[in-house]
Design a protein around this ligand. Structure first.
Ligand code: KG4
Ligand code: ZN
Length: 329
């Protein structure tokens, strides 16, 4: 059973071929370099890049998998959330394939697909319920997952997403976009408490915009008094990273304690963060089972879309008509 997955929700154009849940190929072309000078993704540029690259990634994915159009049994595509123009490109491409090859079509939620990542090539580990944590450039959400067709959001950011704040601060501090990898590299544990910054927390909801503003003002203040050298920036950003990651970890522990759930699944680009990974390893030794995706599957890619699409089709009988519409939010 071969599934073709298509992902175009943001700045990655990606196609993947899976045999069952085994990833045979996963090809991504990112338009990231075209957005760098703007300090964030420009929807129009992302959309045009998808148009230019969608057939290329699909051909490459088919070639690398050794599969061909005739052997495909299913097309899975990201239907929401994402940049609307970007989603439309992937959706129309997937619909055209579904129509011309007479294949069933399944649209999947991109955030749920992030939570499927640790189970690619590894379905035997998939058991419910689990706490799903999506931390990416556009989202920060805690889900109670009873199954992939039965998820409820139990906490989320009330303003900026976690990765978004990394991105904005990095640019504001004179470093590059995307900011997550930059700030992660600058992080020094010796400086984690040099400054005391706090993230907002209301129940299981989080807020990251306050800490972002605090760092921007602190930088301005130190800059005015001539005290803003690279070391001070490292201290400020290390204290920021420490506070953000500790807030996420403490919320996960709180939810686990309150609900009794022992399995925690992480997804989204921020999962690449080294402090988060280190802290999760420590948490795992306290009796919680933590599932992290391989780095290849943590950022946006089509293998997670194909995997979840196949699961929903195969286990839940889900199938969409050509009337399926992409939804931005
Ligand atoms: O999931 P993703 O590829 O795209 C979205 O759906 O948003 O996540 C991208 C986000 C960016 O905000 C990026 O700065 C962040 O993931 N990121 C990181 C790290 N690597 C990427 N954040 C913190 N630490 C990292 N090492
Ligand atoms: Zn994503």
């Amino acid at each position: 059973m071969y599934t073709l997955g298509i992902e175009t929700s943001c700045d990655e154009t990606s196609a993947a071929v899976l045999k069952g849940y085994k990833v045979l190929s996963n090809i991504t072309i990112s338009s990231l370099h075209q957005h760098k000078k703007y300090g964030g993704v420009v929807p129009e540029i992302a959309t045009r890049a998808h148009l230019a690259n969608i057939d290329k990634v699909t051909s490459l994915a088919l070639k690398e998998s050794g599969c061909n159009f005739k052997r495909l049994k299913l097309v899975a595509v990201t239907k929401n959330p994402g940049l609307i123009g970007a989603l439309v490109v992937g959706m129309n491409f997937a619909k055209a394939l579904s129509l011309s090859l007479n294949l069933p079509l399944v649209g999947v939620n991109h955030l749920h697909a992030h939570l499927f990542a640790p189970f690619l090539n590894n379905l035997k580990e998939l058991r419910f319920p689990f706490l799903g944590v999506v931390v990416s450039g556009g989202h920060s959400e805690f889900y109670m997952v009873k199954d992939f067709d039965c998820l409820s959001i139990i906490g989320q950011t009330r303003d900026d997403a976690c990765g978004e704040v990394y991105d904005k601060l990095s640019v504001n501090y004179g470093f590059s976009y995307p900011g997550g990898p930059v700030i992660d590299r600058l992080y020094n544990p010796r400086y984690k408490k040099s400054f005391h910054f706090k993230c907002g927390k209301m129940g299981y909801d989080l807020s990251f915009s306050g800490i972002k503003t605090a760092l921007i003002y602190k930088k301005k203040e130190l800059s005015k008094s001539g005290k803003l050298d690279l070391r001070t920036k490292k201290k400020l950003l290390s204290s920021f990273q420490y506070s953000v990651i500790e807030t996420i970890i403490s919320t996960v522990l709180e939810i686990a304690k309150d609900t009794g759930v022992r399995r925690i699944v992480f997804g989204g680009g921020v999962v690449a963060n080294s402090l988060l990974r280190q802290r999760l390893l420590e948490v795992s030794s306290q009796g919680l089972r933590v599932f992290l995706p391989d780095l290849e599957y943590s950022a946006d890619n089509a293998a997670i879309v194909a995997g979840l699409g196949f699961y929903l089709y195969n286990k839940k009988g889900l199938k969409h008509s050509l009337g399926l519409k992409p939804e931005s939010n």
